[in-house]
Design a protein around this ligand. Structure first.
Ligand code: NAD
Ligand code: DAU
Length: 354
């Protein structure tokens, strides 16, 4: 069933992927209305949306997804036809130190949005709509080295409190489609990288620490594998799903781009040597630290379904994407200095104290 998103509510719009999505969407669809909603937690930064702030069809709303009545009101007043749900607690290490916020935002928060959507789009009067839930490949658990990549049929086996909370939210979204007929879609994506990525996550942490001459922490042996995708290619996949995806369906999005952590960190060090020769060789900063509890060894996405059904293909090569990303952090020191506040410092203390 095709859908034409015209009036969007984007949750988590001041975070990494949400802000990239808003930039992407307004560039591709300048005529559509975008309401960007965010609670501005430590990970949300209003400045991520500076470049669209003056756009006539853009508006920012400071709100929590748990405020069901407020969401309901927004859906009505703004005549929203498409909700794209990014808002979440997203960092695995934080979920290990304190799972409560993850259960609250990721599970209850998603349910709060579903309740509001059902009320406005189904209960009062049936209105054409789409609810897209942005999820992660981590719900599928971990893969053996030679195992085939995750398809949409893979069993859910989440291993961290973060992954478990996302898995629960996926199931609740599914149930709202199956039980009430809400027009939902879900995407499960692999690791993203690119501009506005909060420097608690591996790639931006490594770049920022190189720039500051600080140790580059590698958990355990560094041989864990992740499948990296440039953030704009994730946004492109969501765009295809919103327009052409079948309701009730799940689509995996990935880059077919598996890297061991130690190799990606070494590559970033080599790029830093070229783009920022002052600290060369940056590789000398690599430090092996205690492994993450319950650390998943390998993620890999099989994106055959979205590619065959919707014609999806990532446009950015890893070579160009990672180079652009390194340069972005070099050019945006004021951005990363600003976002690394108190909550960031306490995470560093808690997570890397040994
Ligand atoms: P992020 O942590 O950078 O951003 C999350 C945003 O949500 C922040 O702006 C934060 O302020 C906001 N938020 C948190 N709690 C909120 C609440 N209760 N109400 C309103 N806003 C709230 O995360 P991200 O990396 O941009 O991830 C976005 C989504 O994509 C998440 O759902 C995540 O699970 C999913 N995802 C991320 C990746 C990745 O590699 N980063 C990959 C696949 C899927
Ligand atoms: O797979 C998608 C997921 O990718 C998203 O759902 C999550 O929101 C996102 O945070 C990301 O999770 P990861 O745990 O894979 O990303 P992170 O950047 O935290 O870590 C990537 C790998 O690097 C992982 O194997 C842990 C390792 N790592 C990470 C940090 C922060 C280190 O070795 N050292 C570090 O300091």
């Amino acid at each position: 069933m095709s859908h034409q998103p015209q009036r969007l509510l984007v949750t988590g719009a001041a975070g990494f992927i949400g802000s990239n999505f808003v930039h992407y969407w307004l560039k591709e669809n300048p005529e559509s209305r975008v309401i960007a909603l965010d609670a501005l937690t430590y990970a949300g930064n209003r400045a991520n949306l500076d470049s669209v702030e003056a756009h006539p069809n853009f508006n920012f709303v400071h709100a929590d997804i748990l405020e069901t009545d407020r969401i309901e009101q927004l859906l009505r007043e703004e005549r929203i036809d498409t909700l794209v749900h990014f808002a979440a607690e997203s960092h695995v290490d934080r979920s290990i130190h304190g799972p409560d916020a993850f259960l609250k935002t990721n599970i209850e928060g998603t349910h709060s949005l579903l309740k509001a959507a059902k009320k406005v789009w189904l209960d009062d009067k049936k209105i054409p709509h789409r609810f897209h839930h942005v999820s992660t490949d981590e719900v599928y658990g971990t893969l053996e080295p030679e195992a085939p990549a995750f398809t949409e049929e893979h069993q859910y086996q989440p291993n961290s409190p973060y992954a478990a909370s996302k898995a629960a939210s996926d199931h609740i979204v599914r149930s709202y489609h199956h039980t009430y007929g809400l027009n939902t879609t879900i995407s499960n994506c692999s690791n993203n990288y690119g501009p506005y990525h909060f420097p608690e996550k591996l790639i931006p942490l490594i770049i920022v620490n190189c720039l500051e001459g600080k140790p580059l922490p590698i958990y355990g042996d560094g041989k864990q594998i992740r499948d990296w995708l440039y953030v704009e290619d994730h946004c492109r996949g969501i765009d295809l799903i919103l327009n052409k995806g079948r309701v009730g369906e799940v689509y995996n999005i990935g880059g077919n781009n598996e890297w061991a952590n130690i190799d990606i960190v070494t590559l970033v060090c080599e790029l830093m040597d070229q783009h920022h020769p002052e600290g060369a060789p940056h590789k000398s900063l690599i430090t092996h630290v205690t492994d993450r509890l319950g650390h998943d060894r390998r993620y890999a996405i099989d994106a055959t379904k979205i590619s065959k059904e919707l014609g999806y293909k990532p446009e950015e090569t890893f070579e160009t994407g990672i180079r652009k990303t390194v340069q972005w952090y070099i050019d945006h020191e004021s951005w990363w200095c600003r976002v690394m506040g108190g909550s960031y410092r306490s995470l560093l203390k808690q997570n890397y104290n040994n």
